[in-house]
Design a binder for this molecule. Structure first.
Ligand SMILES: Cc1cc2nc3c(=O)[nH]c(=O)nc-3n(C[C@H](O)[C@H](O)[C@H](O)COP(=O)(O)O)c2cc1C
Length: 309
């Protein structure tokens, strides 16, 4: 049976994972590292873990033959490191802080956890090799949380509301409604729920909407920067772009920058007009000064938090 690759990947993306960077040192002393979400636990005694590497990876032979490797579980604020190690043909080690681990393999500084492994066995796994490692040493950070990958996007792990302790005494005092985070989240969820279904009428999904409107607003840009701006790993963005390319809505220029086609541009303008109209109707009931203050305040908050949009 042959599946549609994009759809199969979307189904697999329902399984939330962490994100790791697996490092090793080649026989000539060169450092290697790849981003991998296929990491998993295997056995407690002996302590075994596994991950799988694409047979198309540049570094395949090095990992297949390596005696040792280190699994670096990335922390929540290490998206850039994940994107760096998921890239090809770049110097992955020139700009990041590492320490030397087992067999010279790099340990990424400030990772949520590190597992130093001896290669235990390598199995065939279709278009991947499955690499099992025996954990020789490990370390982890008490504070902070790990980066999560879910539905093809980087995500933030949050305790499920059902497992949070409830203070029965103060539960009904209305203070939640005064929390900025609560208000922003409620507003965002409600806004999305109201707006996103309208995209379907133009045959566009949420991911495509972000890409098209960002390109219309900011102009042509490299796929890597676009991936960062829409918080999608390059590989998943490539899927979105393929879908848009098939419909002749985007293309690439001679510098490999992603650009809107004429048709893409007019669709993006239509989408932006739709968003403007939606916002206008949503805010109709509010005083214009109140709306201006709200937007200015949120803009200042974004600046203060140092988020580059
Ligand atoms: C979130 C994420 C998870 C990934 N997981 C894997 C994986 O488990 N195995 C793999 O071979 N590649 C995985 N990749 C892709 C590799 O990181 C990417 O192909 C990289 O270029 C391989 O490095 P190399 O070709 O320089 O050896 C993943 C990429 C991302 C963004």
């Amino acid at each position: 049976m042959s599946f549609d690759a994009r759809d199969f990947r979307r189904a697999l993306g329902k399984f939330a994972t962490g994100v790791t960077v697996i490092t090793t040192r080649g026989s000539d002393g060169e450092n290697f590292g790849v981003t991998a979400s296929s990491f998993n636990t295997v056995s407690m005694d002996p302590p075994l873990i596994l991950w799988s590497i694409d047979k198309g990876a540049y570094s395949l032979a090095t990992y297949r033959d390596a005696e040792h490797f280190v699994v670096n579980v990335l922390a929540n604020d290490q998206i850039e490191i994940s994107n760096l190690f998921a890239s090809r043909g770049v110097d992955k080690f020139s700009d990041i802080a590492v320490e030397e681990g087992i067999g010279g393999s790099a340990k990424v500084k400030d990772a949520a956890a590190q597992f130093e492994c001896r290669t235990w066995k390598v199995y065939e796994g279709g278009d991947h090799l499955i690499i099992i490692g025996e954990v020789v040493d490990y370390a982890y950070r008490e504070e902070g949380s790990a980066l999560v990958f879910h539905n093809g996007r980087y995500s933030v792990p949050e305790p499920h509301p059902m497992v949070l302790p409830v203070d029965e005494q103060s539960a009904l005092d209305g203070r939640l409604g005064k929390h900025l985070l609560y208000l922003m989240r409620q507003a965002l969820v409600a806004y999305r729920g109201d707006f996103y279904p309208r995209l379907g009428s133009l045959g566009i999904n949420e991911k495509e909407w972000r890409v098209l409107t960002l390109l219309a607003d900011r102009g042509d840009m490299e796929a890597a920067l676009l991936a960062q701006r829409v918080a999608q790993p390059l590989k998943d963005l490539e899927d979105t772009l393929t879908g848009l390319q098939e419909r002749a809505l985007v293309g690439k220029d001679e510098n490999e920058h992603v650009q809107l086609s004429e048709e893409g541009k007019s669709l993006a303008l239509r989408l932006l007009a739709m968003a403007d109209d939606h916002e206008k109707r949503l805010l109709e009931e509010m005083n214009p000064d109140e709306v201006r203050t709200l937007k200015a305040g949120l803009g200042r908050l974004v600046d203060r938090l140092g988020t580059s949009l």
